[in-house]
Design a protein around this ligand. Sequence first.
Ligand SMILES: Cc1cc2nc3c(=O)[nH]c(=O)nc-3n(C[C@H](O)[C@H](O)[C@H](O)COP(=O)(O)O)c2cc1C
Length: 347
Amino acid sequence: MSKDSNSISQRKKEHLELCLTGEVSFKEKRNGFASYDFKHYAITEVILKKISFKTDFLGKKINYPFLISCMTGGTEESEDVNTKLAIAANELNIPIGVGSQRHALESTSFHKSYKIIRRNAPHIPILGNIGASQLVLFESFKPMRKIVELVNADAMVVHLNSLQELMQKNGEPNFTGLLKTLEKLVKNLDVPIIVKEVGAGISKDVAKKILQTGVKGIDVAGAGGTSWAGVETLRKKEEPNYFWDWGLPTSYCIRKVYKLKNEFDFFLIGSGGINNAVDMAKAFALGADISASARTVLIQLDKNGIDGVISLIREWFEVVRKILYLTGSSSIRDLQNHKLIRKDKLI
Ligand SMILES: Cc1cc2nc3c(=O)[nH]c(=O)nc-3n(C[C@H](O)[C@H](O)[C@H](O)COP(=O)(O)O)c2cc1C
């Protein structure tokens, strides 16, 4: 392994460890869902058993509109994590993302940690992943094709992590040429492109610029869950960090980006601090087509294994089923029909 790939691998290992053991949540800022309540619909005629969560995603049928967010790959530990997450995703028949595949382009030593996902989940949608700061440096799209092939990806995710790069020791905070590169990438890659943040959120203005390049999906990955400024601060063992709580809350991002549905054909992924069923349902109600979580799923896997992850997601959707019933919504789409009310308007 080269010095570079060694240090990426070490970083990935520390990310996993810190996300499992460190205090890496936002300190004061929240995802914003607590400002809303569901509108109780006293004359509901919805039949609980008839509610189905099955939907289409990236040309495949999935059982729940839920994505296990991009997390890991490129270390010894990540092979085990990805194997287990893939087994859970396969059993649930839901999509899963891989962590940044940068390491796979620098060394073949941990290719298995990525490939293992498709091996354990032959039919579900799998999302490849690369950082914007790497993407802008590629001289051709050959590396992108290589990483799509490595995981047999149904879509490629480009992650925007300007804050994390800025906070990271030896980070690369440079996205120069990103929008032009995205435009070319969309035309040159055989799979759709999704753009995501990693916890600082995507505003409506930013989403619009991204969608103008032809990108098919936006994952807002807003503030209120895992703080990547926090993770990098703990890695550097430095305090204080004035940017720990930087970012746009998830609920705000979903609500604003959803408005672009009038102009663009895209799917909206609501993530960033989705740590329980009620917040997930509120993400749907504000306009998310699909919801996603990262660290909560990782923690559940660590504590309760594959079965724990499977039961958690099933439980969450049983709660969503009840919320649909109580709000008189026959489907998640129906839940987007003014079923939320701001708490300050309830007086
Ligand atoms: C251990 C770990 C590793 C991550 N690595 C990546 C990554 O390589 N690429 C990426 O796009 N996002 C990565 N993320 C960010 C998540 O996909 C997600 O956007 C972010 O953590 C916010 O979601 P959460 O609050 O549910 O954790 C990682 C998250 C975790 C917990």
